[in-house]
Design a protein around this ligand. Structure first.
Ligand SMILES: Nc1ncnc2c1ncn2[C@@H]1O[C@H](COP(=O)(O)OP(=O)(O)OP(=O)(O)O)[C@@H](O)[C@H]1O
Ligand SMILES: [Mg+2]
Length: 226
């Protein structure tokens, strides 16, 4: 999967809220793109639609030149599972699984991992990356907000996706850890992954190849002032 594209996408929720208004966007693997904007402007809605977790009301979502509305549910599920990694705004960790088991969870539905040992080895690599090797047997409820967030980021990388979509991945982190996370995401983009980050955090600006601003459901690219 090489590209994610939206053409004239609008989203009106059942309660009548127009969360996206005629949004067009395209990103390639290897790019680090950031979306900024006020609370309620439509950023999470955009990420959910670009990541095939929700459907738009009008317009088109195109993946690798294929209109996703023409793909079967199975095909879409396959794309989500193998090609997309999500970091959700509120983590969505499983409270009943230990840290390393949370990270292994997406691997269980990936045929590329043959044994639990293989999955655990990969989970340990990712845990090392996020600096939580001393916490592997902890449950999410025993971790700080920032630690849970780092687990969610590691989990998004479990299946080696082509694109990582992250909603406020540093919302609960201190400045040292937020830079570590942005550096990791930047490395992933440089290694050829597409990284799409929703953030309120100005620190992300130094890492992004492109910055977009969401305002009242409309997306606009921010050009450098001079
Ligand atoms: N499931 C839903 N049903 C109805 N309205 C929704 C739903 N989800 C979001 N909205 C509304 O759509 C608008 C955009 O919401 P969204 O969550 O995309 O904003 P956001 O930019 O991510 O905000 P934040 O920075 O606070 O996370 C808001 O007005 C919100 O109230
Ligand atoms: Mg949001």
């Amino acid at each position: 999967m090489n590209t994610i594209e939206l053409k004239g996408v609008s989203k009106i929720y059942n309660n009548g809220v127009k969360a996206l208004d005629n949004v067009s966007f395209k990103m390639n693997q290897g790019e680090f793109i950031t979306i900024m904007g006020q609370s309620g402007s439509g950023k999470s809605t955009f990420l959910q639609i670009a990541g095939l977790l929700d459907k738009c009301t009008s317009g088109m979502v195109i993946i690798n030149d294929q209109d996703v509305s023409k793909l079967s549910q199975n095909h879409l599920a396959d794309i989500r599972k193998k090609s997309l990694g999500f970091v959700f705004q509120n983590f969505h960790l499983n409270a009943h699984l230990k840290l390393y088991e949370n990270i292994m969870l997406p691997m269980l539905i990936n045929e590329e991992y043959k044994t639990k040992d293989e999955m655990k080895k990969k989970a340990m690599e990712l845990i090392n990356m996020i600096g939580l090797s001393h916490r592997i047997n902890h449950y999410p409820g025993e971790l700080s907000g920032g630690e849970q967030q780092r687990v969610a980021i590691a989990r998004a990388m479990a299946n080696n996706p082509d694109f990582i979509l992250a909603d406020e991945p540093t919302g609960n982190l201190d400045s040292k850890n937020e830079i570590i996370i942005f550096e990791e995401l930047k490395k992933l983009a440089q290694s050829g992954k597409g990284v799409l980050v929703v953030s309120h955090n100005d620190a992300v600006i130094d890492f992004a190849d492109k910055i977009y601003i969401m305002k009242d459901g409309a997306l606009e690219e921010k050009k450098n002032a001079e």
